[in-house]
Design a protein around this ligand. Structure first.
Ligand code: SF4
Length: 442
């Protein structure tokens, strides 16, 4: 018997000259849209939007978004027990399941973080709104499994050819497969990416990391993300091999990425040649130009010394990368010498001051570059730490400026209310944007 399908074309798009049709199809109680055409740019909104291309499968209980490799990406529960209708789970490429919480009904989250959602993790972080998400993640996974089981019971002949491949990929993937994928990713990097720059929040942490250096210069006492390695630059062969491996790993889903993170903790300490080589090769091999997502960004960490030592020709080069914003985040931590000693950061407060002044200069001179800085926040710190920070962000800056975000990194999550009050107090003094830094790994 010939199958008659009620499949409807929603829209046609052209992605780097290739025609792509988006279809909707109802299969028993499941509604499928493939590909679901999400936004092309990241936006900060108080309700969830999706950026990129997905396969969307929805039933009475859940709304699931699968990436272009068929891997689960977002889980939205629709059942009454789901914590909040606007909250959801996201799975990262490294197979972390993160819960996106809107906080205590939007109470102060946006002012404190610059975002409408706070990511809650299953690993330790400095998130003041962290909650136990084990139960909700297991629940979300069960909703995913349930829909996949339903799809498995459908004969492939009952699915129109136009979306058959997408469904075949989705049903072939389970938890075990995703764990193996995460292990493969680790093998490609040959390192753990324990932290992403705070600025990656602008693209919801959706970056492709490329490790161009390992270790760091200082091995500060307070730091919980450092490795034991001394700083070393990766070879061009290593970087190229990584980029080729990542191209294969991301496969069809590479169309959903247009931002790079050059890792690890102090990639800005690499030579100009290595930085340039990595960016150009990644842009070329990943064909970032052809991505569906149009927000092109490059993110890096710098240290006080690497930032002070880099010559202006590096900034000239980064500023001229077409249609691309570059964010460099420096760990300044404190401008108070005694606090620097206490936290075990082996630098001088005069270097912190000098870096801050160079940051202001670079941010004013280069339109496409934003240098941002981290300061530590702990209620046990001496008032001098805060007074000197205020004098820097107010008196040195002189008038409000939209670039040069200051990220405050709490050392502890105890006394949340007092920490938030301190953040708000510091914000009132600052002529620069100021937010909390929520430490997130890749
Ligand atoms: S704060 Fe930065 S420099 Fe200090 S140990 Fe951590 S990664 Fe290294």
């Amino acid at each position: 018997m010939k199958h008659i399908f009620f499949i409807k074309k929603i829209e046609t798009i052209f992605l780097s000259g290739v025609k792509m049709d988006s279809y909707t199809f109802n299969l028993k109680d499941l509604k499928i849209i493939s590909p679901f055409l999400g936004e092309k740019k990241y936006k900060k909104l108080s309700y969830p939007i999706k950026v990129g291309l997905y396969t969307l499968i929805e039933n009475r209980d859940a709304k699931l978004f699968f990436d272009l490799n068929g891997e689960i990406k977002f889980i939205h529960g629709k059942i009454p027990d789901w914590i909040h209708p606007n909250e959801f789970i996201k799975r990262t490429k490294a197979n972390d399941f993160i819960y996106y919480s809107s906080g205590e009904y939007y109470g102060g989250i946006y002012d404190a973080t610059g975002e409408y959602y706070v990511p809650c993790f299953q690993y330790p972080s400095n998130n003041l709104w962290q909650k136990d998400i084990k139960g909700i993640v297991e629940f979300g996974k069960a909703l995913w499994k349930d829909i996949v089981e339903k799809l498995k019971r459908v004969s492939i002949k009952d699915i129109p050819k136009k979306i058959r491949k997408d469904i075949e990929k989705i049903v072939s993937i389970d938890n075990r497969y995703l764990k193996k994928r995460a292990m493969l990713l680790k093998k490609i990097y040959n390192a753990n990416i324990t932290v992403l720059p705070p600025d990656t929040r602008h693209v919801d942490y959706e970056v492709i990391p490329i490790i161009i250096s390992d270790g760091c210069l200082y091995h500060c006492k307070f730091c919980r993300v450092k490795s034991r390695d001394v700083f070393s630059e990766r070879s061009k062969e290593d970087i190229l091999e990584q980029i080729r491996g990542l191209k294969k790993f991301y496969s069809s889903d590479i169309k959903n990425y247009s931002s790079l993170f050059l890792g690890l903790h102090d990639a800005f300490n690499c030579s100009f040649e290595t930085i340039k080589f990595s960016i150009e090769k990644a842009m070329e091999i990943f064909q970032i130009e052809n991505s569906y997502v149009k927000d092109k960004n490059i993110f890096l960490f710098a240290s006080v010394e690497s930032f002070l030592n880099q010559k202006l020709d590096v900034f000239e080069y980064l500023n001229k990368i077409p249609d691309t914003k570059v964010f460099i985040n420096i760990g300044l931590e404190s401008v108070h010498q005694e606090t620097l000693r206490k936290i075990g950061k082996p630098i001088d407060s005069s270097q912190v001051r000098e870096s801050f002044e160079k940051m202001l200069y670079v941010n004013k001179k280069y339109l496409n570059i934003e240098i941002t800085a981290n300061f530590l926040l702990d209620l046990s710190f001496s008032e001098k730490h805060f007074d000197l920070m205020i004098s820097l962000i107010r008196d040195t800056v002189k008038r409000p400026f939209y670039k040069g975000t200051i990220y405050l990194s709490p050392l502890s999550t105890e006394n949340k209310r007092d920490i938030l009050n301190k953040v708000m107090e510091l914000k009132r003094h600052s002529f620069l944007p100021m937010y909390l830094y929520i430490i997130q790994r890749f």
